[in-house]
Design a protein around this ligand. Structure first.
Ligand SMILES: NC(=O)c1ccc[n+]([C@@H]2O[C@H](COP(=O)([O-])OP(=O)(O)OC[C@H]3O[C@@H](n4cnc5c(N)ncnc54)[C@H](O)[C@@H]3O)[C@@H](O)[C@H]2O)c1
Ligand SMILES: [Zn+2]
Ligand SMILES: [Zn+2]
Length: 373
C-alpha cells in the first residue's frame, strides 16, 4: 500500500495552542490492541492527541468490527504493526479540533469514514480518496483506529461527516465502511442495471450492503451465495431472489441452471478467498462484470483459458467513500435500512467478546455487531 503516513504519537510542539494533550479522564484510555496474528487485547494505552492542525480527536460513541479486522487477525495483512489499535468504523463526538479544522467543533456528532482523505491531492481531486497521497485507508491499519475510547482523525474536514440532531446514530455506523464499500466496489464497479441477473458471493455485512444498494438499480434476479444458512435466510428478507449454500450445494451448477446456462451479468465477490473469486469466474456470463470487494491475502488463479473470449471485465477497488453523502440521504430517508444488519450489541469494554461473536458468526447468528461507549 503506497499511501502510508506515519503515526508517531508525538505532539507537534510548534503548532498553535490547540495542539495540546487531550484533556478528559487523564492521558490514558482503553482500546483493542493488535499484538500480531491471532493476538489481541483490550488494554490501557495512551489517549490520542492532536498531531497536526488538520486533526480532530473524537470520543467514540459507537463502533463495530469489520471482516477486514478478521483478515488482519488472521495475518492476511502482515504490514499491520504490533501495537496498532484496530477499527475503521464508528460514530462519535468531537473532543478537540486542530487550528485549521473549519467544518467541525468540539461537541459535534460525526460519522468517521474508514478512508482518510485530504481532499486536495491529485487522487482526492479525482474522487479516489482511497489513494489519497496523505491518507487513504490508514485508520486501524497504518495509524491507530476506532476500536477505542478515543481516536485521532487526520484531515478531519474531509474525513468526518456531520450527524444532524435526532438521527439514528446506530444506523449511521454502517456508513463508515460497509455501505460505501458494497455500493462502490460491488454495485457501481459491477455496473448493475435494471433487469440484470446478479450474484453476490458472501452474505456478510459487506455482501448485504451490496444486496441493499444493488436494489437502487432494480436487478431482476439477485442470487446470494454463502455457507452460513442464517445469513442466507437474512439475505432473503433483504431482497435476495435466490440463495445458495455453496457448502451443501453445487453453486456453479445451480447458477447455470437458474440462468439457462448463460451465467450472471454481475458477480460481486464479498468474501476475500480464492474459492469465492474462482466461483465468480465460473459463473460470469458473456459481457459480464466481476466486481471484487474481498481483501485477499493469497493469490487467486485467473482462468484466462476460459475467460479470454468472454468480453468480461474484472474490477478491484479499495472503497473511496465518495458516495457517503448520497448514501447518507438514503439511510436518513429510510430508502435502505442498514440498522437491520445489527444483530448484537456490546459495551465497548466487551470488545473481545464481540470479536468472538463476529468470528463465530454462523454459530452466533451474527451479522453486524455494535459496541457502545
Ligand atoms: N475493498 C474494500 O474496500 C473493502 C472494504 C471493507 C471490507 N472488505 C472486505 O469485504 C469482505 C467481506 O467483509 P465482511 O465484513 O462482510 O466479512 P465477513 O467475514 O463477515 O463475511 C464473509 C462471508 O463470507 C462467507 N464465506 C466464507 N468463505 C466462504 C466460501 N468459501 N464460500 C462462500 N461464502 C464464504 C462467510 O460465511 C461470511 O458470511 C472481506 O474480505 C473484507 O475484508 C473490503
Ligand atoms: Zn472494513
Ligand atoms: Zn488527498
Amino acid at each position: 500500500m503506497a499511501n502510508i503516513v506515519s503515526d508517531k504519537e508525538v505532539p507537534v510542539v510548534s503548532k498553535p495552542s490547540t495542539m495540546k494533550v487531550s484533556s478528559g479522564k487523564g492521558d490514558m484510555m482503553n482500546a483493542l490492541v493488535y499484538h500480531g496474528a491471532g493476538k489481541k487485547a483490550w488494554e490501557q494505552t495512551a489517549k490520542p492527541v492532536l498531531l497536526e492542525p488538520t486533526d480532530a480527536v473524537v470520543r467514540i460513541l459507537k463502533t463495530t468490527i469489520c471482516g477486514t479486522d478478521l483478515h488482519i487477525m488472521k495475518g492476511d495483512l502482515p504490514e499491520v504493526k504490533e501495537g496498532r489499535i484496530l477499527g475503521h468504523e464508528g460514530v462519535g463526538i468531537i473532543e478537540e479540533v486542530g487550528s485549521s479544522v473549519s467544518n467541525f467543533k468540539k461537541g459535534d456528532h460525526v460519522i468517521i469514514s474508514c478512508v482518510t482523505s485530504c481532499g486536495k491531492c491529485d487522487f482526492c481531486k479525482k474522487g479516489m480518496y482511497s489513494h489519497c497521497e496523505k491518507g487513504g485507508w490508514i485508520l486501524g491499519y497504518m495509524i491507530n483506529g476506532t476500536q477505542a475510547e478515543y481516536v485521532r482523525i487526520p484531515y478531519a474536514d474531509n474525513s468526518l461527516y456531520a450527524i444532524p440532531a435526532g438521527s439514528d446514530e446506530e444506523a449511521l455506523v454502517m456508513l463508515s465502511d460497509i455501505l460505501p464499500t458494497g455500493f462502490e466496489c460491488g454495485v457501481l464497479n459491477g455496473q448493475v442495471k435494471p433487469g440484470d441477473t446478479i450474484a453476490i458471493v458472501g452474505a456478510g455485512p459487506v455482501g448485504m450492503a451490496a444486496l441493499l444498494t444493488s436494489q437502487f438499480y432494480t436487478p431482476a434476479e439477485i442470487i446470494v451465495i454463502d455457507q452460513d444458512d442464517n445469513r442466507l435466510k437474512v439475505a432473503k428478507t433483504f431482497g435476495a431472489t435466490h440463495i445458495i449454500n455453496s457448502a451443501s450445494e453445487n453453486a456453479v451448477e445451480k447458477i447455470m441452471g437458474l440462468t439457462n446456462g448463460r451465467g450472471v451479468d454481475t458477480a460481486i465477490e464479498a468474501v476475500g478467498v480464492a474459492a469465492t473469486f474462482e466461483l465468480c469466474e465460473a459463473i460470469i456470463g458473456a459481457g459480464g462484470h466481476i466486481a471484487n470487494i474481498g481483501v485477499h491475502g493469497k493469490p487467486v488463479t485467473l482462468h484466462l483459458e476460459t475467460l479470454w473470449s468472454r468480453n468480461i471485465s474484472i474490477t478491484t477497488r479499495l472503497v473511496d467513500t465518495v458516495t457517503t453523502p448520497m448514501l447518507f440521504k438514503t439511510v436518513q430517508s429510510k430508502k435502505i435500512e442498514p440498522k437491520k444488519l445489527i444483530t448484537h450489541r456490546f459495551k465497548l469494554d466487551q470488545m473481545i467478546e464481540a470479536y468472538d461473536t463476529f468470528e463465530h458468526a454462523a454459530k452466533e447468528k451474527a451479522l453486524k455487531v455494535i459496541l457502545e461507549n
